[in-house]
Design a binder for this molecule. Structure first.
Ligand code: SF4
Ligand code: SF4
Ligand code: SF4
Ligand code: FES
Length: 895
């Protein structure tokens, strides 16, 4: 405990011995003396110290006596050396520390009654602990509060110049948005250049500030810390699954805080490889949707053209009667269901059970179909696991990370912090292949800006370079000589020069990247939206598996192929069997052993093998009139999918559309029955994060209005349809899942699964390999590529319901372009253009964005005004059914 990791985890640091308070202590050489002292369990005061970053040494609290020195030394900045004799206690040290507290308090405003940190302030604690009672001579600084930031206020009268805010931002997050500046005679913390703060707004600086110098604009002056109920739960925005504290008062969410805090400062520096406990802007400041006035409070039933509020009983009777009637008249396959991966595992499990047992249909899908399913199916086929192979610690300690098609800082900010630590602490080589200038690209050792849509070709080039340079791992390929021969022949005709020209790289760059990846002892591939949400996503994941296989990076510790998930429980959705091709536990729908087990446990007959429809098939069948009733839980296909998928026509044709959601969505407005569900802050359950860690979701407040957790509505609906479910809590559902899937709830630890490609490589691989490397890039004749994607400050459409996030990142209604392209087209910021794709055209403003690569333009997928998504064509993967609709060729003309 308390020791900094060696920057090279492969080399064991030498050990030393020193004497602390009369006891011999063994420590790693070269670490902070403070860390060694705290590793013995002794906690000495330390106001500027935090285990997540390097010691700064400003507060003067961590004083100890070192034999041979006259004055006390600051233990945080002193290095532990062999033979040191240290004393940590004694009246002299107490008095010296007391003096340090008095010094800080002598220039502190003592406005504690109106300070948000009152009762949660390290300076108060230290004053109390050291008996500082004489404050008569305190001087005021009278520094005006800096309220220019959208999120944080800076009251520098209260600042103790500990630099924790600056250090966490610079060292841990590698953002470096803050600095000290001499202003008005005082050293103050300001945003870089003393401009209004424009950063990622993660709020980690707020979390580590030990006093009330940085305050949260959203909760300032609302309540004192002790008046709020604090609930530990899991963030509902992305698949990183950050732990957070939701602080509430009755049915009001006041603020969200993180395990990262000045209070949580004594830890093992090496433990940060598993996460530093911080949050991103969405997690910390995106909570206002929970108690939004726009929440649905009562059920609605369509009467004429209107949705009218009705009692729950009436709404449920209407839903049950009409589902039962449609099933009776047209059979079970006239019913289908869609659910969001923002629901808990328990709800997702119940949803598929309801569809299969109560409605007796296999027409069901979740939002994992928007991309994650490409990864799941490829990983299940090739590696037998159906999910990522590595956890955060593996990512952090990797020596080489190949990031392809992933703007990780925007989509999964805390996973990106893991890669930042890999770069900063563990000196990893990070290769970033992307068609945008990404934040990780800027920080990584090898940024490769590629032409949009060439991710698949990039993998071809990497595999080809690996084979040509004979970078293959003999042991891995020798086991499967036929498969390797097939792969060699598949890439035989590929010309590295041609691939380089098409992707915008050079053959040398391919060779360099392939060598780094193959030669590193721990290499990890991380692919995301640019692979899994694009055409050929499934095949491209299989090609990444090829790369990992031939370089010996499958099944070895710290190596593997990974993805990230945009919604919090996409992995849970597939694990729970919410897909026509999967049963719970990722068993194939035709797996007879699992079918028998479920049939027995559920006392039901499962829908027949071969039946069922996924998302796009469901919509097609709605349009053709085969599906007559659709149950939509938390999904909003009308707002998500482009016009070419004709969602409105599909929903219009339905005899019954039941939408269950905390809000009245666009899809909900078309419904016959709307059922108000709670958010994750008002229910219990679990999410499975992208590492495969099952994390608790805990109820932090009473439900808003008459809204009810999804699992309760699902239970009531099933019972209305004739089932006899007796779940009274999320725990009851968990008990059932535990029996069916032993080991799934793995006490919050990522479940280590060993990928094994042996079966895949010796069964049908040779026949399929050739086809994979023939995928030509779908060329558009239009000069620009329009990309839709995620912003750091948003997640799906949910975040647009959080006013704070909308204040930080409003919909500008403009496409973003590179300055050089704008200049070439004679466009100023704000100019109007006509944007034309094969699907139509619209007029839209433009804005400059230097992260956008030349000849591309970008529009955030969270917004539909103007309806840029409707310019998109859709490509549905023939094997996985994933619809890709985030990239298209466009023409841009000045109007
Ligand atoms: S909010 Fe985050 S990014 Fe912004 S200054 Fe604070 S720590 Fe840095
Ligand atoms: S603002 Fe807070 S964290 Fe930053 S230097 Fe001042 S007291 Fe320390
Ligand atoms: S959005 Fe993702 S990264 Fe941000 S706090 Fe939530 S889980 Fe963590
Ligand atoms: S903790 Fe060592 S000087 Fe502040």
């Amino acid at each position: 405990m308390g020791l900094k990791p060696a920057t090279n985890p492969d080399v064991e640091a030498s050990t030393i011995e020193l004497n602390i308070d009369g006891k011999t202590v063994t420590a790693k050489d070269g670490v902070s003396l403070y860390d060694v002292i705290s590793s013995t369990g002794k906690i000495i005061p330390a106001m500027c110290y935090h285990y997540t970053f390097d010691p700064f040494g400003s507060c003067g609290m961590c004083l100890v006596m070192q034999e041979g020195k006259k004055a006390p030394v600051r233990s945080c900045t002193a290095k532990a050396t062999a033979g040191m004799v240290i004393r940590t206690e004694g009246d002299d040290l107490f008095q010296a520390r007391k003096k340090a507290v008095e010094k800080h308090l002598s220039v502190h405003p003592l406005d504690c009654p109106v300070c948000d940190a009152d009762g949660h302030c390290e300076l108060q604690d230290m004053a109390f602990q050291h008996g500082v009672t004489n404050l008569a001579n305190a001087k005021q600084k009278f520094i005006p509060e800096d309220t220019r930031s959208l999120v944080l206020d800076f009251n520098m009268n209260r600042c103790i110049a500990c630099a924790e805010c600056i250090n966490v931002c610079k060292d841990v997050l590698m953002i470096d948005a803050l600095q000290f500046m001499k202003k008005g005679g005082f050293n103050q913390v300001v945003a870089k250049g003393d401009l209004p703060l424009a950063c990622e707004f993660c709020g980690d600086c707020l979390a580590v500030c030990p006093v009330g110098a940085i305050t949260n604009k959203f909760s300032k002056y609302l309540y004192k810390p002790w008046q709020m109920k604090k609930t530990t739960t899991t963030c509902n925005y992305c698949g990183d699954g950050c732990q957070m504290y939701v602080e509430t008062k009755d049915t009001e969410v006041i603020r969200v805080t993180s395990p990262l805090s000045w209070k949580n400062k004594w830890g093992d520096r090496a433990d940060t490889a598993k996460g530093h406990g911080g949050l991103c802007v969405k997690g910390r400041f995106g909570f206002e949707y929970i108690d939004s006035p726009t929440r649905l409070k009562r059920p609605l039933v369509r009467k004429g053209n209107q949705l009218v509020e009705v009692p729950w009983l009436e709404a449920m009777h209407a839903a049950v009667d009409r589902f039962a009637d449609i099933r009776k008249k047209h059979g079970p396959d006239a019913i289908a269901g869609l659910i969001t991966a923002r629901c808990t595992n328990e709800e997702l499990y119940l949803f598929q059970k309801l569809m299969r047992v109560a409605f007796r249909t296999n027409n069901l899908d979740s939002s994992a179909r928007y991309g994650h399913m490409n990864f799941v199916q490829a990983s299940k086929l090739a590696l037998g696991i159906g999910r990522t192979t590595n956890d955060w610690e593996d990512l952090t300690k990797a020596k080489a990370v190949l990031v392809i098609g992933s703007n990780l800082t925007e989509t999964n900010p805390l996973t990106s912090v893991r890669i930042k630590e890999a770069i900063r602490v563990y000196k990893a080589q990070v290769m970033v292949f992307d068609s945008a200038v990404t934040n990780l690209g800027k920080l990584g050792s090898h940024p490769f800006l590629i032409k949009p849509g060439t991710e698949g070709l990039v993998i071809d080039g990497l595999v080809k370079a690996t084979v040509d340079l004979d970078l293959v791992d003999e042991e891995s390929v020798k086991k499967h000589p036929q498969a390797f021969a097939a792969l060699k022949s598949a890439v035989g005709s590929i010309s590295l020069e041609q691939v380089a020209a098409k992707t915008g790289l050079t053959a040398e760059q391919f060779k360099e990247a392939a060598s780094i990846f193959a030669e590193s002892p721990r290499s990890i591939i991380l692919c995301a939206e640019g692979i899994v949400r694009r055409p050929n996503g499934y095949q491209n994941v299989l090609k990444l598996v090829d790369l990992a296989w031939i370089t010996g990076k499958l099944g070895r510790p710290g190596c593997g192929v990974n993805t990230v998930t945009e919604e919090p429980n996409e992995q849970g959705a597939v694990d729970m069997g919410v897909a026509p091709e999967f049963l719970p536990g990722l068993a194939s729908f035709d797996d007879q052993t699992m079918r028998d087990k479920l049939a027995k446990a559920w006392d039901a007959t499962l829908p027949t093998v071969g039946s069922g429809a996924h998302l796009t098939e469901i919509l097609n069948r709605c349009r053709s009139g085969h599906i007559r009733a659709l149950y939509v839980v938390g999904e909003n296909p009308l707002a998500t999918l482009p016009a070419s998928m004709e969602v409105r026509a599909a929903l219009d044709r339905l005899e019954l559309l039941v939408v269950q959601d905390p809000f009245l969505t666009e899809t909900g407005q078309m419904a016959h029955i709307v059922l108000p569900a709670t958010t994750s802050a008002e229910k219990d359950g679990t999410f499975t994060n992208l590492e495969g860690r099952v994390l608790r979701v805990r109820q932090g407040m009473d439900a808003i209005g008459e809204s009810v957790p999804d699992w309760q509505i699902l239970t009531a609906l099933a019972n209305g349809m004739g089932c006899q479910w007796e779940y009274e809590s999320a725990n009851d559902i968990q008990s059932e899942i535990m029996k069916l899937l032993p080991g799934y709830y793995n006490l919050g630890q990522p479940k280590k699964l060993t990928p094994n490609a042996d079966h895949y490589l010796s069964n049908g691989y040779t026949a399929s390999a050739a086809g994979r490397y023939k995928t030509a890039r779908s060329e558009s004749t239009r000069p620009f590529t329009l990309l839709m994607g995620q912003l750091l400050y948003h997640s799906g459409k949910l975040s647009t319901l959080a006013p704070g996030l909308m204040k930080i990142a409003p919909n500008t209604g403009r496409i973003r372009m590179n300055a050089a392209d704008m200049e070439r087209l004679g466009l100023q910021d704000g100019a109007m253009v006509k944007l034309t794709s094969d699907r139509g055209s619209l007029q839209i403003g433009v804005q400059v964005d230097q992260s956008v690569a030349p000849q591309t333009c970008f529009f955030p997928e969270h917004f539909n005004e103007p309806p840029v998504k409707d310019l998109m064509s859709v490509h549905v993967d023939a094997i996985t059914g994933v619809p890709s609709f985030k990239r298209t060729g466009v023409t841009i003309e000045k109007v």
